[in-house]
Write a protein that binds this ligand. Structure first.
Ligand code: ADP
Length: 672
């Protein structure tokens, strides 16, 4: 099973080497966004410029048409009245009056005539001025504010006419206080100007000719606006007047005390307006701004006064014989508004296209991402499959190896078992050989003795020595008993009787053994420790066999003491139960201060027929049989030399539950 990290490992660049990550391109996105923004700006600017130019051209055309119409209207009016003073001057009544200015009849006739002419011509006033500048007769004679008797010497139109030329002048009447256009005609007689006939026209109807939204104004040759559809602009100048001209106007009382101040009109000057002037605007057209001077505009706080200014397309026309200029002011606001709207519409359309473009780009990017993810996934899947295959192959190889090893182990095991069996067989044979040799050795002597004794007995019987023969027979009986003992021991050794295990009270077994050995103890001191505290301590064993083991161990200890120092001989028996009362083990140590065991003898001690004792003293079967018995009980028998001399045999047996009768066991009797 692959480790979970292996799944992550598919991102290994080597694994995904074939898959190229799509360029997420934040830089490209930025570039794209900047390009869009620049495009938007260009489009807005261009749209505004084009639509403004077109609107301006259309406005110029329509305004020019209207301006032509207004100019024609004004000029035809002026033309109509141009010859009226000349006609009047030719009339006999006028000439008669000028010849006899003090004749009341001629004055009356002239007054009447002038009133009639004025009425029919729809003029403001018609009057006759004498060469001295005093009005002699007027159409408004006899009315309040009549011109008759007024001195007109200061008026330029009189001065020009008195000089023999036609005088034309626009001014505010000094008696009527009404503005008007004065046309003056010299009346000559005998090559001398004898008087002047004047017709005054009211032109104020003209300033109402234009629509209210499109200011119309007429300025004189000095640039003073004397007719304007915007009342605030009347009697303003298009440019500041030089002081000399101002003084002259004071003298001629042209505008009758009106303060003539410059109109805050200035041309719009920018790159765009210059370009428009070259491409779109005609010679008489320009773009101007008129600042709002109304009190409301002045009190409102505006950081830039021009911000509130009205912008116009100014179209000029020269009208009339007196070098007047007519200006039609077409507001630019509708054109600007149209340009704005077109720009906004273009911007919106552009934004829509941009959104579509961005959307399309995003979709393309997403598709690319998905394709990339899919390729990545496929690569990861391929890599995974490759790894799984590799792992599977590895596992299979390992499995095969394991199977081989198992087979080998099984083979080795069976070989081992066979070898073990052979070994057991061999050791059995060896043991059998040893045993046979031992038995042969052990039995040869008594057999030889038996032959000798039986030969002797026959001889003694032949001689009739019955007493000696009887002694020999007793010796023969002893020898056979000894041989029986040997074979009896062998039976015990070889016997694989059914193991019997029942609780055996240690103290009882020990007492029996010590009682049996009492004759041999002699001066040897025997101490038993660890049983007084728990007299009923029991082990799982067979009573007789346990006694046989103990008999053998203590007997060997006595032999060792006898070989060493019989006088200070001592045997210490120590019993220890390692855990609670009813389970665990019981350790029984038999320690002596005898000869101890030679190091070379230690490994062979439990072999059958191993003995260091002299022939006839020991068979070398005691420990072999004892260890066999202990194994049968499930216990252990071990040996060790003591540091201070002597040996210790340690017997470990399974503990058994204490039997109640144990406490009644015999006390240990230590032989004295
Ligand atoms: P045997 O007593 O017939 O020789 P055992 O099997 O009982 O046979 O003992 C084998 C040998 O172990 C003895 O010959 C002796 O050398 C040695 N041995 C046994 N017990 C002791 C002991 N307590 N001290 C010294 N040697 C011992």
């Amino acid at each position: 099973m692959p480790h979970s990290d292996d799944f992550l490992a598919v991102h290994d660049p080597a694994a995904t080497r074939a898959v190229h990550a799509p360029d997420t391109g934040s830089g490209r996105w930025w570039g794209f966004a900047v390009a869009l923004a620049v495009g938007l700006l260009l489009l807005c600017g261009l749209t505004w410029l084009v639509s403004f130019q077109r609107g301006l051209a259309a406005l110029q055309q329509s305004t020019a048409t209207r301006a032509d119409r207004y100019a024609a209207t004004l000029e035809s009016t002026l033309d109509r009245y141009e010859f009226l003073p000349a006609l009047v001057s030719l009339h006999p009544f006028v000439r008669g009056l000028l010849e006899s200015p003090h004749d009341p009849a001629r004055v009356a006739a002239a007054n009447h005539y002038l009133a009639e002419v004025n009425r029919r011509a729809h003029a403001s006033a018609t009057y006759v001025i004498a060469a001295n500048g005093i009005a002699l007769a007027a159409s408004n004679h006899g009315q309040p504010g009549s011109f008759v008797g007024t001195d007109y010497r200061f008026r330029p139109y009189f001065q020009i006419a008195a000089g023999g030329k036609m005088g034309r002048f626009y001014a505010i009447g000094i008696t009527s206080d009404e503005p008007g256009y004065y046309i003056a005609q010299p009346v000559e007689s005998g090559g001398k100007v004898i008087g002047v006939t004047v017709v005054k026209l009211n032109l104020e109807w003209f300033q109402r000719a234009g629509s209210g939204a499109e200011p119309l104004m007429v300025s004189d040759d000095h640039g003073v606006i004397f007719l304007s559809s915007v009342p605030a602009w009347q009697y303003r100048t298009l440019q500041p007047l030089p002081p000399a001209l101002q003084a002259e106007m004071e003298n001629t009382r042209q505008y009758h005390g009106r303060a003539v101040t410059p109109l805050p009109l200035e041309p719009l000057d920018s790159l765009v307006t210059r370009w428009l002037a070259q491409t779109t605007l005609g010679a008489n057209a320009r773009l101007v701004r008129v600042r709002d001077e109304s009190p409301a505009a002045r009190t409102t706080f505006t950081p830039d006064a021009t911000a509130r200014a009205d912008r116009y397309l100014e179209l000029g026309r020269t009208v009339g014989p007196a070098d007047w200029t007519m200006q039609v002011m077409a507001p630019l606001e509708p054109v600007l508004a149209n340009a704005r709207n077109a720009t906004v519409a273009a911007a919106l359309a552009y934004a829509c296209i941009c959104l579509l473009l961005v959307n399309w780009r995003q979709r393309r990017q997403r598709a690319r991402d998905m394709q990339y993810s899919r390729r990545l996934l496929e690569a990861a899947y391929d890599e995974l499959e490759r790894r799984v295959e590799a792992r599977t192959a590895d596992l299979m190889a390992i499995n095969e190896k394991l199977e081989e090893q198992v087979a080998e182990r099984t083979r080795a095991e069976s070989e081992l078992r066979a070898a073990q069996d052979e070994l057991v067989q061999a050791s059995k044979l060896a043991a059998l050989g040893q045993m046979a040799a031992g038995i042969t050795h052990e039995l040869n002597q008594p057999l030889a003795a038996l032959r000798t004794f039986s030969d002797n007995t026959r001889v003694l019987l032949e001689r009739g020595q019955l007493a000696a023969a009887e002694g020999n027979l007793t010796a023969i009986a002893d020898l056979t008993e000894r041989m029986g003992k040997i074979t009896g021991q062998l039976k015990l050794f070889a016997g694989k009787a059914r193991p019997v295990r029942r609780p055996v009270v240690v103290r009882t077994a020990l007492d029996h053994v010590l009682a049996l050995l009492a004759p041999r103890l002699g001066a040897v001191t025997v101490s038993v420790a660890g049983l007084d505290e728990q007299p009923g301590l029991s082990v799982r064993a067979d009573e007789l066999k346990l006694e046989q083991v103990l008999l053998n161990l203590i007997g060997n200890a006595l032999d060792a003491i006898a070989s060493a120092a019989p006088a200070q001989g001592r045997i210490d028996i120590e019993v220890q139960a390692d855990t609670g009362t009813n389970s665990g083990t019981v350790t029984l140590a038999v320690r002596d201060n005898g000869t101890g065991i030679a190091p070379e003898a230690l490994p062979r001690l439990f072999e059958p027929f191993f003995t260091t004792k002299e022939t006839g003293q020991g068979l070398g079967l005691g420990l072999a049989i004892s260890s066999s018995i202990v194994r049968e009980f499930g216990g252990q028998l071990s040996v060790a030399n003591m540091p201070g001399g002597g040996a210790q045999f340690t017997l470990v047996l399974a503990r058994a539950p204490a039997s109640p009768s144990a406490t009644e066991a015999l006390p240990v009797s230590t032989p004295q």
